[in-house]
Design a protein. Structure first.
Length: 398
């Protein structure tokens, strides 16, 4: 081949690369972040949820601050609900990020999850298809080829229509479940529930539900992957509810994953320092290497290397556990010393009350297991998700 032909081939190859790169740039420029946020409080035929509107408004603000174009629907009836979903679907293109957040009443029937508009009046099973929104249909509407779809649901309250749907005369084939049911995530989808399948979430005693309150505080954390973020939200909610509510998630996201605030290197909180060069895979490998050790120095090394890591609470509890003073050992008598009482001294049996007092004195609060009254041990076990420990901690006033 002549030099001229070789040069032409190279130019054609470079032109092809340039066209491909230009195409990728155009796709990246067309990619947007769209969010549909719906919060329902003023239900007409079901108990009101004071925090539904508050939660949706707060989530909407923090999403806008992280680059989402947000559509907010408050107290949406059936027609408004469907109109919002239709507009949301029509805005999406391949490569976009789509996010759906819902706070309000939801229920499961025959393994399907339904979200309720404020005017839903369910009297019979057939009303579900007409007056409720099937969650799987919403997810199908917000997912397109190569999309990243995030679904966050604070809708696991008690089913307000359980009597109407499962009462006498209704279809025996309709299985009404507690809370919302488990849901598989399709490729590129992340689903986060306020609590685990089959359980009931709390609306909250103050301005926000425990789930929404943690999300609002955590979403703007710089460069944190959503799956790590959800683990921190889970711990926040467990602590706030004494282990009664455990957020659950299901993900099929692929690399590079998803972060709400990927480039905010200058807005880190002093309480959570941002470390741009720490790799999640590196942290996971480090943790796997030390998670079964009793060497406190290894857990301190983890906290120093990953101050914003996913396992910091567990590492701290392990340090507290291994540094706790050991209970005193009973001194054993020499072999040549008799254990029998001296015959010259009277032996008296203690009363039942004195025996109980001596037993209580032998088990100080700071020593032993949680069920023996150790508040610190109960607190540690509660953080790790042990419900019995949380109940015991409440009994101890801790």
């Amino acid at each position: 081949m002549s030099k001229i032909c070789l040069l032409c081939a190279c130019l054609l190859f470079l032109a092809g690369l340039s066209t491909a790169a230009s195409s990728e740039v155009q796709i990246a420029q067309r990619s947007h972040r769209y969010a549909l946020v719906i919060g329902n409080s003023a239900y007409r035929y079901a108990p009101s949820l004071p925090n539904g509107v508050n939660d949706a408004s707060a989530i909407s603000r923090v999403l806008q601050e992280t680059g989402f174009e947000v559509t907010l629907g408050l107290d949406a009836d059936a027609s408004t609900f469907r109109e919002l979903i239709g507009k949301f679907r029509r805005n999406l293109h391949p490569g976009d990020v789509s996010l759906f957040y819902f706070a309000g009443h939801g229920l499961q029937a025959n393994g399907e999850n339904y979200l309720l508009p404020i005017d839903a009046a369910l009297q019979r099973p057939a009303d579900l298809a007409l007056e409720a929104e099937r969650l799987q249909d919403i997810i199908a509407a917000m997912t397109a080829e190569e999309n990243t779809a995030i679904v966050l649901l604070d809708a696991c309250r008690d089913n307000p229509f359980v009597k109407q749907l499962s009462g006498p005369g209704q279809s025996r084939g309709l299985a009404i479940g507690k809370g919302l049911g488990a849901l598989d995530a399709g490729r590129g989808v992340f689903i986060g529930f306020a609590t685990q399948p089959g359980n009931v979430a709390l609306d909250g005693a103050v301005d926000h539900s425990p789930f929404a309150d943690s999300l609002v505080k955590r979403i703007k954390t710089p460069s944190i992957d959503i799956e790590i973020l959800m683990r921190r939200v889970r711990l926040d909610v467990m602590n706030a509810t004494f282990g009664r509510q455990v957020p659950w998630s299901n993900s099929s996201l692929v690399e590079p994953g998803f972060s709400f605030n990927p480039d905010a290197t200058s807005s880190q909180s002093p309480a959570e320092p941002y470390q741009p060069h720490i790799n999640t895979a590196t942290e996971l490998e480090f943790w796997k290497a030390i998670k079964d050790t009793s060497d406190v120095s290894m857990y301190r090394a983890y906290l120093a290397a990953f101050p914003n890591g996913a396992f910091i609470e567990i590492a701290k509890s392990r340090i507290a556990k291994f540094e706790a003073p050991a209970p005193p050992r009973k001194k054993s008598l020499p072999k040549n010393v008799s254990r029998k009482p001296l015959t010259s001294l009277p032996v008296t049996e203690p009363s039942a009350n004195r025996s109980a007092e001596a037993t209580a004195a032998a088990k100080p609060e700071s020593i032993g297991r949680c069920r023996d009254g150790n508040k610190e041990r109960c607190r540690q076990r509660c953080r790790e998700g042990a419900r019995r420990a949380c109940r015991k901690l409440q009994q101890l006033g801790g």
